[in-house]
Design a protein around this ligand. Structure first.
Ligand code: ADQ
Length: 433
C-alpha cells in the first residue's frame, strides 16, 4: 500500500457486498456511499473497511471508480469486536439502555485490536496532509491511534447513533480510553444538538471541536412508486381504507412491537376501520440473543393480531422478514396512508425521511419524539413510544386528520428533507473539517 490518497473514508463495512456477478461485488445500498462517492472520485480518495466475510485476505481493488482497501478480520475478531463490544456493549449503552449492555474484557481487547487494524490501514493509505473521515461507534479509537501515527493528517469523525448523557456513559469500564480515542479528532460530528451537548458535558471545553450535522437521504436513490404499482399493491392488500407501513431493521431500538400493540388496542376498540398494516423488516445481528428475542416477540404479536382480527386470505398485518429491494420500497412508501416510525431511540432514522420524500401529499407520519428525525420533522404526529397510549393517539390523529391540514404539514416536511440532502450533509461536515 502506498500513501497516495488525499481523502480516506474509514467505516466498519466497505460499501460493497459479495455477489455472483462477474466482478464478484455489487454496491451495497446506502446514502453514505452515494454522498461520499463524488468526493472520493474528485479527490483521489479511498475507502477502508471490512469486506463482510471473515477469515479472508482481499487485496485492494477498484469498484465503480472508487478505490477500496479491505481490512481482514478473523471470525473470532468479528464476534468479539462487532457482535460483542460494538453491538452488545456500545449499541445498548448509546441507546439509553433499552436493554442492559454487557461489558466483557475479551470484547474490549478485540475492539482495541480491530481499531488498531483500521487505523494502520488508514495510516498506510493517507497521503501527506490527507483528510481522513472515520465513521461511527465501531471505530472510536481510530482517531486517536491515527493521530499518533500520522500527526500530519486531518481527522474527522461522525457518530451516526445517539451519544448518551454523561451519567450513562460513565458506566463504561473503558470510558477514559474511548474519550481519549475521540480526542484525536479535529472535528467530531453528531446527529442532534442533544448528542453534542451530552458529549461536551462529558469532555468539557478542552475536548475536540464538535458540531451538529443531521444526516439525510439521497433523494434519487428511492423514488416514489408509479400510480399503477401503487394501485396494484393496494388491491393485493385487499383495498383497505387505510394502509399503515413500518420499515425497519429488526432491532429492539426500533419499537416495532410497541407499534403493533398500539394497533392491536385500536382494533379491539374497533375505531380503525378497514386497515392493512405492512411491516417490512430486514434481518439484523441475528446471533445476538436480544435480537432473537425481539424477533420472537414481534412475530408472536403479528400472529396474535392476525389470529384475533384477520380473515382467511385477508390478514391485518402483512409481515416480511427479509430485505426489500430499494426499487419496491418507493411503491410501499407511496401506497401508505400512515407511516409508523416509533423507535425508543434513534440517531436520525432515514426511513422517516425516505417516506416523507416519496409519500402522497395527504399521507401522515407517526414519529417517535426520540428519533433524531423529529427535530426537523416536527410537523409529524409525534408520540412517546414508551407509552402505547401515546402511539394510539398519534395513529388515531394520523388516520382521522383533516386532509388539508395534512397536505400543508407533509409538503413543509418534504421541502425540509429535499432542501437538505445527504450531499449537503457531507459538504457541510467536510467544509467544517
Ligand atoms: P439504521 O439504524 O440502520 O441506521 P435508518 O436510518 O432508518 O436506521 O436506515 C435504515 C436504512 O435501511 C434505510 O435506508 C432503509 O431504507 C433501509 N431499510 C430498513 N428496513 C428495510 C427493509 N425491510 N427493506 C429494505 N430496506 C430497508 C443508523 C442509525 C440511524 C441513522 C443511520 C444513518 O441507527 O439512526 O439514521 O445510521 O446515519
Amino acid at each position: 500500500m502506498t500513501r497516495d490518497n488525499a481523502f480516506v473514508v474509514v467505516a466498519n463495512r466497505l460499501p460493497v457486498d459479495r455477489t455472483a456477478a462477474p466482478s464478484g461485488w455489487q454496491a451495497s445500498p446506502g446514502g453514505l456511499v452515494a454522498a461520499l462517492a463524488p468526493v472520493l472520485r474528485e479527490r483521489s480518495g479511498c475507502w477502508v473497511g471490512w469486506p463482510g466475510e471473515p477469515d479472508v485476505e482481499i487485496a485492494p481493488f477498484e469498484f465503480e471508480g472508487i478505490s477500496l482497501r479491505p481490512v481482514a478480520l478473523s471470525a473470532r475478531e468479528f464476534e468479539d469486536f462487532y457482535e460483542g463490544f460494538s453491538n452488545s456493549s456500545l449499541w445498548p449503552l448509546y441507546h439509553d439502555l433499552i436493554v442492559a449492555p454487557s461489558y466483557e474484557a475479551a470484547w474490549w481487547e478485540a475492539y482495541q485490536e480491530v481499531n488498531r487494524k483500521f487505523a494502520d490501514a488508514a495510516a498506510a493509505a493517507a497521503a501527506p496532509g490527507a483528510t481522513v473521515w472515520v465513521q461511527d461507534y465501531q471505530l472510536q479509537l481510530v482517531p486517536g491511534l491515527l493521530k499518533q501515527a500520522r500527526p500530519d493528517v486531518t481527522v474527522g469523525f461522525f457518530l451516526h447513533i445517539p451519544f448518551p448523557s454523561p451519567d450513562l456513559f460513565r458506566q463504561l469500564p473503558w470510558r477514559d480510553e474511548i474519550t481519549r480515542g475521540l480526542a484525536g479528532c479535529d472535528l467530531i460530528g453528531f446527529q442532534r444538538e442533544e448528542d453534542e451537548r451530552n458529549f461536551r458535558a462529558l469532555v468539557g471545553p478542552s475536548g475536540p471541536r464538535s458540531g451538529t450535522f443531521p444526516i439525510s437521504i439521497d433523494p434519487q436513490a428511492i423514488r416514489p412508486g408509479g400510480q399503477e404499482d401503487v394501485e396494484t399493491l393496494r388491491e393485493r392488500l385487499g383495498a383497505p381504507e387505510t394502509v399503515m407501513l413500518g420499515v425497519d431493521r429488526m432491532d429492539y431500538t426500533k419499537g416495532i412491537l410497541q407499534r403493533l400493540l398500539a394497533v392491536e388496542c385500536l382494533l379491539e376498540q374497533g375505531t380503525l376501520g378497514r386497515v392493512a398494516v405492512v411491516q417490512l423488516t430486514t434481518p439484523s445481528r441475528e446471533r445476538i440473543e436480544h435480537y432473537q428475542q425481539t424477533r420472537r416477540e414481534v412475530e408472536e404479536a403479528v400472529g396474535r393480531i392476525n389470529g384475533r382480527f384477520g380473515e382467511v386470505g385477508r390478514p391485518i398485518v402483512h409481515y416480511i422478514h427479509r430485505p426489500v429491494p430499494k426499487a419496491e420500497l418507493g411503491t410501499y412508501y407511496r401506497a401508505a396512508d400512515v407511516m409508523l416510525v416509533t423507535p425508543f431511540k434513534d440517531g436520525m432514522n432515514l426511513v422517516a425521511k425516505e417516506f416523507v420524500s416519496c409519500c402522497a401529499d395527504d399521507a401522515a407520519l407517526v414519529l417517535s419524539e426520540f428519533a433524531g428525525a423529529a427535530v426537523e420533522l416536527d410537523r409529524a404526529h409525534l408520540c412517546n413510544p414508551f407509552d402505547v397510549g401515546s402511539i394510539q393517539e398519534a395513529i388515531t390523529a394520523a388516520v382521522g386528520d383533516h386532509r388539508d391540514a395534512r397536505v400543508d404539514d407533509m409538503r413543509a416536511m418534504r421541502r425540509a428533507v429535499l432542501g437538505h440532502d445527504v450531499f449537503d450533509w457531507a459538504r457541510e461536515f467536510l467544509g467544517a473539517l
